[in-house]
Design a protein around this ligand. Structure first.
Ligand SMILES: Cc1cc2nc3c(=O)[nH]c(=O)nc-3n(C[C@H](O)[C@H](O)[C@H](O)COP(=O)(O)O)c2cc1C
Length: 513
């Protein structure tokens, strides 16, 4: 089985590390005349408009990102409004800005380079106001386009080896990644970005589903070829990344799988020319699951981690008390969010604000690759300006809810350097690094574990974005020099790999001219 030959994931990971020299010797350049279009367009399919005026959930963002939907014992079936809310607040256009080459349509979730390579599809039974079918969501006109007519949920359930949430979902959203749309700028590193950018989008999706009273989870175990065929994807260009079953129906078994013929539906080319990056195609292929049996076996092997032994000075998290917590709703916070472009280097946040972010974002992701309460990524921090926390490097012990001091000191210069020599991590109040024991994860989950660890980081990072903006703070995802990050946090972090980075602080308020 390809998935267990984990040399593929190591080859990809090591081959796409950033270093001082790799960045300086890269020959990749941005060909603006060949910039990919931001939307997938099917010229031959009529749009089905989704409702634009949606009922507000009224649920506070901090609750939506961290609390699970209590089981009502009955069915939880989304209506068209719910579906529209979930799709819009995950991938909809929330802002628009002119730039010299045209217009950028910013979306609900942060995405590397604002290139938005994650596409959403819906596989649904009949809902109130929507026929059963397979649909593509286009955020440009807030519409669905029907790719297949009929109930194909049984095909997804079978591809996911009858995973319970998929088998009992009234509708499932499938997230897919389009290589070229992101690789135009980031070349082969795009496969990491698939996880990050799909992850930030999932943070929104899970939160809005929860706020809508609908259970949802992330399913990473499925037979790739079956799901890709169902969505009619040209897999050299676009591949399914995860399934998100939405809602619950207790009706017996899902409908029987149906014939899903190859359709080759016409779509508008993204660019005049597209380049292929074999490293990503190889990585995807090596992490693909080929049969239901393989999916079922893979799901059995969820890695379990024991809490690390504590050493050094400990600082307890002190999250905001209930009455101090902002009540801003999840919709308000998503509309307000946007990556901070300049942090105020003179500003500070409080330990209560930082604690609230860490606590709310790490209460567990509902995902088939995680044992209950487990987390693949470990969290390390460099605190620059946090009232109640001495400047220095810390390890966040999630089980004990403590920050363990690794080294005291002012590390703004080092943080700027680790974050690819950018100003943002140097000026932030705190930088949150995600590191993982990749060896253990790959040995347990095979190459598919690589998809899982990147996706989890993006999802937790996305929750941190939302927890920061709920408190009217700023945040930005960042990229990094892989090995230097590990050196900085060693010896504690030795043997781990750098996965993700998020800076949190206060945006610099521009003085009126
Ligand atoms: C994982 C991740 C990494 C990012 N890395 C950088 C970075 O290195 N430098 C930077 O200026 N912005 C970075 N960004 C911010 C994106 O450029 C930003 O999300 C995108 O332009 C969309 O804008 P918005 O977040 O304001 O909606 C990153 C975002 C994410 C999600």
């Amino acid at each position: 089985m390809k998935n267990s030959d984990i040399r593929a994931a190591w080859k990809y990971h090591d081959g796409t590390k950033h270093s001082y020299w790799s960045v300086r010797t890269s020959t990749h350049f941005l060909d603006w005349a060949n910039r990919p279009g931001p939307f997938k367009i099917y010229p031959g399919i009529e749009p089905i408009a989704l409702p634009r005026e949606m009922r507000q959930t009224g649920v506070a963002a901090l609750a939506a990102i961290s609390e699970r939907v209590p089981s009502s014992g009955g069915d939880a079936v989304p209506d068209l409004q719910d579906l529209a809310r979930i799709l819009f607040f995950s991938a909809g256009i929330t802002k628009q800005r002119e730039y010299p080459g045209g217009e950028i349509y910013f979306r609900a979730a942060a995405c590397t380079g604002a290139l938005y390579e994650i596409e959403l599809y819906v596989v649904t039974g009949a809902l109130k106001g929507l026929d059963a079918g397979v649909y593509h969501f286009n955020p440009a006109d807030i519409s669905l386009r029907m790719l297949r007519h009929g109930d194909f949920r049984g095909n997804l359930a079978e591809a996911a080896a009858m995973e319970a949430a998929v088998a009992h979902a009234p509708a499932t959203i499938v997230c897919a990644g389009t290589y070229w749309r992101n690789a135009w700028k980031y070349a082969a590193r795009t496969y990491r970005h698939f996880g990050w950018d799909n992850g930030t989008l999932l943070a929104n999706m899970l939160a809005v589903a929860a706020a809508s009273g609908l259970p949802a989870e992330v399913v990473l175990g499925f037979v790739d070829i079956e799901v890709n065929r169902l969505l009619d994807l040209d897999t050299r260009r676009e591949v399914s990344l995860c399934l998100v079953p939405i809602g619950l129906t207790r009706e017996g078994s899902p409908p029987a799988p149906r014939e899903a013929a190859v359709m080759g539906l016409e779509t508008i080319p993204l660019s005049k020319r597209e380049m292929e990056f074999p490293a990503m195609v190889e990585m995807h292929d090596a992490s693909s699951l080929a049969s239901e049996e393989e999916v079922a076996q893979w799901r059995e092997k969820r890695p379990v981690f024991s809490p690390s032994a504590s050493a050094g000075e400990q600082v307890r998290l002190q999250p905001l008390r209930e009455e101090e917590q902002p009540a801003d709703t999840i919709e308000e916070v998503i509309l307000r969010r946007g990556s901070t472009r300049t942090f105020d280097p003179a500003a500070a946040i409080t330990l209560a604000q930082l604690s609230t972010i860490l606590d709310r974002a790490t209460r567990g992701l509902p995902a088939d690759f995680l044992a209950d309460g487990a987390q693949l990524n470990d969290i390390y921090l460099i605190a620059h300006a946090v009232h109640g926390l001495a400047p220095g490097a810390y390890f966040f012990c999630r089980e004990r809810k403590t920050l363990e001091l690794l080294k005291h000191g002012k590390f703004r210069g080092e943080a700027g350097r680790l974050g690819l020599e950018q100003q943002l991590p140097a000026d932030a109040c705190v930088d949150v690094f995600f590191l993982a024991d990749l060896k253990r994860i790959l040995e347990g989950c095979g190459n598919r574990g690589y998809r899982a660890v990147q996706l989890e980081a993006g999802a937790i990072g996305g929750k941190m974005y939302l927890a920061a903006y709920a408190q009217r703070l700023g945040a930005s995802g960042l990229t990094f020099f892989d090995d230097e990050v590990i050196q900085f946090f060693s010896p504690h972090a030795k043997e781990k790999s750098a996965i993700f980075l998020l800076a949190v602080g206060k945006p610099l308020k521009r003085k009126p001219q």
